[in-house]
Design a binder for this molecule. Structure first.
Ligand code: PMP
Length: 444
């Protein structure tokens, strides 16, 4: 049974009747995206949107990038099987490239189908290697929603059960601008977080396997720690044999502009022991993976841990996507265009009583919204801005513990003109949302 043309109006009702209640969608009338090109997507009703969220950062380079489409369709036309029992040329080449790019010496790569599965594998490695199931994570973290990933996800809104196979110890270092360490300088914040880490370790019951951290928290609202914070953590952890897992699911592939990986802003103490990635590498294909030092990766005795560990169609597409990214210096583009966009958003913020802070790096920018003129997080403002931006033809995301942070993470091929256009739409949307809130029209 397929949808007939024009059936979009009932699609939301059908979705609600058949999908789980907890599967949230954006917008009062959710969008059915039918196709895309470059930085734009179209919906089933023919509306065109400038895409500043790229499907939660999955569209890394561009929508319908011909190089990726060709690689996927060529492979799909030959064969669509998947098994780690046979050799796959594009998987080997992709793994070689990622191993080199990772910065981890003697790195080994295992492909997964999602970021959650990559983190799950990273935890399996770290806990097996150290024979400990105690893990450190940052408050406000998001690492996925498998049974183990929930156990290292700091916000209860994103971790629907308290049961976990892990014993998790949460430390400060995520949210920077609120909480007990707000208003500290970078050096003071780093020192306070290190002291907190030492305190937590002092109370740990036996050995600790690893620290897992997002270099910039994604779902958590693009919180930006001071450069070097994770290096300072590592200097405490490494002498105790505690591994460092960097979750690069959102920060990888040059999105942050200055660096190819988020961890490189914290490189002083050397590379991480384990790196996880997903989202953007597949440009929309289900692809993730874990990179680890050979001794860590090889501590498992299992003969494989999945069937879809790099199926030919995803590795072919991801390889074409990565090649395009590197050949066109999209990291440089993220730095340049991200810088322009951040400056433009900051000047808009200066005139809007809804905006508390603009933050982020490269093309990973967060706009934190508050009740007009106060310091109180405003999820209803974020919802209203999302609706108004959509009306104006712009898709953005939201996140943050209170759901009050706009998340801007467009495909990395974004042009100056598109950055300007998107910022203009957002400026109008902030104005519309503010008027709505003042008239009491906005819904939470
Ligand atoms: N880690 C981070 C930092 C993420 O942002 C996400 C997804 N939002 C995940 C892990 C989980 O990835 P996936 O949804 O592909 O399982």
């Amino acid at each position: 049974e397929t949808s007939a043309p024009g059936s979009h109006a009932t699609l939301h009702a059908r979705h609600r009747a058949v999908m789980p209640d907890w599967l949230t969608t954006y917008y009062q009338q959710p969008i059915e995206i039918t196709h895309g090109e470059g930085r734009h997507v179209w919906d089933a009703e023919g509306n065109r949107y400038l895409d500043f969220f790229g499907g939660i950062l999955t569209t890394m380079t561009a929508h319908a990038l011909p190089e990726v489409t060709r690689a996927v369709s060529d492979q799909a036309a030959r064969i669509l099987h998947s098994s780690t029992l046979y050799l796959n040329r594009s998987a080997v080449e992709l793994a070689e490239r990622i191993a080199r790019l990772s910065g981890i010496p003697d790195a080994r790569v295992f492909f997964t189908t999602s970021g959650t599965e990559a983190n799950d594998t990273a935890l399996l490695l770290a806990t097996t290697y150290t024979r400990s199931n105690q893990v450190l994570a940052l408050r406000n973290s998001y690492h996925g929603r498998s049974f183990s990933a929930i156990g290292i996800t700091g916000n209860t809104a994103w971790s629907p059960t308290s049961l976990s196979p892990l014993q998790t110890l949460y430390v400060h270092g995520g949210v920077r601008s609120r909480g007990p360490y707000a208003h500290l300088t970078d050096a003071e914040f780093t020192a306070a977080c290190v002291a907190d880490l030492e305190d937590v370790l002092g109370q740990a019951n036996g050995s600790v396997a690893a620290l897992i951290a997002e270099p910039i928290q994604g779902v958590g609202g693009f919180t930006t720690p001071p450069d070097g914070l994770l290096a300072a953590f590592r200097e405490v952890l490494a002498p105790r044999g505690i591994l460092w897992i960097t979750d690069e699911v959102q920060t990888g592939w040059g999105r942050t502009g200055e660096h190819f990986w988020g961890w490189q802003a914290h490189a002083r103490s050397g590379p991480p022991d384990i790196l996880t990635f997903a989202k953007g590498i597949g440009n929309g294909l289900s692809m993730g993976g874990v990179v680890a030092r050979a001794d860590v990766m090889n501590c498992l005795t299992a003969n494989s841990i999945s069937t879809f560990g790099g199926s030919p169609v995803t590795t072919a597409g991801a390889l074409a996507n990565l090649t395009y990214l590197l050949e066109h210096d999209l990291q440089g583009n993220a730095r340049r265009i991200g810088g322009l966009l951040a400056a433009r958003l900051s000047s808009i913020a200066a005139t809007s009583p809804l905006v508390r802070e603009v933050r982020g790096r490269g093309l990973m920018l967060g706009v934190e919204l508050v009740e007009p003129g106060t310091d109180e997080p405003s999820p209803r403002a974020a919802a209203a801005v999302l609706e108004a931006a959509r009306e104006g033809g712009l898709l953005v995301g939201k996140g943050g513990r209170e759901g009050n942070v706009l998340r801007i993470a467009p495909p990395l091929t974004l042009t100056v003109a598109e950055a300007e256009e998107g910022a203009g739409i957002l400026e109008d949307a902030l104005r519309t949302a503010l008027a709505g809130l003042r008239e009491g029209r906005a819904t939470p």
